[in-house]
Design a protein around this ligand. Structure first.
Ligand code: FO1
Length: 319
């Protein structure tokens, strides 16, 4: 079975660990969000690609869900010694090796998709990891700064500002001229099943769907498209989606996110059991909906929700 998963962030990577265990014989292609990518100290950092690569490759800092296990920070301390900026983004020594090699290859003209293949050759994540595009896209948040409006990189909004300032708009700089990375549209066309991981709909799944051609390919795809709600009981499980969903006019609810993606995109949607009352609201829009436990407390729980998504896809495929 060929499965394509749109994934971003820590939740998406953890979901993939359950999916791999639930369907070990499946060929899984992950389309990873690159809107989070940032250049710091002259190095290109791809958080959502690295979190998938490290999580599935066994190198992740488990508690954080990002960065490397067994990390040290000697380089960051030396940079701070020079007063080098910025100092708000935690870069460990092991993680820096990834950014150094990626930056070296990008500077030599290697496309991000080929760079990602090169890095994954070491980690062997068990999935094909594709960036959504090889072109530069940057998620930026316009915030209120006193009576001024200021646009900041998503990472500054999230990591330095802890999503505290009131956001006014989300912008995907570069998206209009971004092209799907090599293999993305083919993977979608050949997929037996497409899954939207329980990732942030605004800054993780949203940018992937916004790459010209990707959403249309999914809408036109013969494969069932099934998503898992990242909102449980009207709240985010992690991250700051609740602060950003209002900016795209989507309620912070399991049904709201499904209707935000829309029935032309979604064939199926999983909500958590606490949101079972919302199943009908989703179903009347034409999206098959089930209520199952969606908290990834441990691997068995994650395997069960991944299996539930695959099962739902099987039901909508024949419907
Ligand atoms: N998240 C933080 O909250 N603090 C950090 O200092 C931080 C550093 C960092 C370094 C590399 C990397 O790949 C991810 C990092 N993250 C950090 C997580 C990152 O901001 C988020 O995982 C994603 O951008 C959310 O999708």
């Amino acid at each position: 079975m060929r499965i394509v998963v749109l994934s971003g962030g820590i939740g998406g990577a953890r979901f993939l660990r359950g999916l791999l265990a639930a369907v070990p014989t499946a060929e899984i292609t992950v389309i990873g969000n690159t809107g989070d990518d940032i250049t710091l100290h002259g190095l290109r950092i791809c958080p959502d690609l690295d979190t998938v690569m490290y999580t599935l490759g066994g190198g992740i800092h488990e508690e954080q869900g990002w960065g490397r296990s067994g990390e040290t920070y000697a380089v960051a301390e030396e940079l701070a010694g020079y007063g080098a900026q910025p100092q708000w983004f935690g870069l460990g020594d092991r993680d820096l090796a990834t950014h150094i090699l990626r930056s070296q290859l990008l500077a030599a003209g290697t496309p991000l998709s080929a760079v990602t293949d090169r890095l994954c050759a070491r980690w062997r994540p068990g999935v094909r990891l594709l960036p959504m595009t090889d072109d530069p896209v940057e998620t930026r948040i316009t915030i209120k700064d006193g009576d001024q409006l200021r646009s900041v990189h998503f990472q500054e909004y999230w990591v330095r500002l802890h999503a505290k300032p009131e956001p006014v708009a989300v912008e995907l700089a570069g998206i209009a001229t971004a092209k799907p990375a090599p293999g993305v549209l083919t993977a979608i066309a050949e997929a037996d099943l497409v899954l939207l991981a329980p990732s942030n709909p605004v800054v993780s799944v949203g940018p992937i769907l916004a790459v010209p051609g990707i959403r249309a390919a999914l809408v036109d795809s013969a494969a069932p498209v099934v998503g898992l709600s990242p909102i449980v009981g009207g709240a985010v499980v992690r991250g700051m989606a609740d602060k950003l969903l209002p900016l795209i006019g989507v309620p912070t609810s399991a049904s709201g996110v499904a209707l935000g993606y829309g029935p032309e995109l979604l064939d199926g949607w999983l909500v958590d059991t606490v949101d079972a009352a919302e199943v009908d609201q989703v179903a009347v829009s034409g999206i098959e909906c089930r209520a199952v436990p969606l908290l990834m407390r441990d691997l068995p729980a994650t395997v069960a929700m991944a299996q539930a998504a695959v099962d739902l896809a099987g039901q909508v495929a024949v419907a």
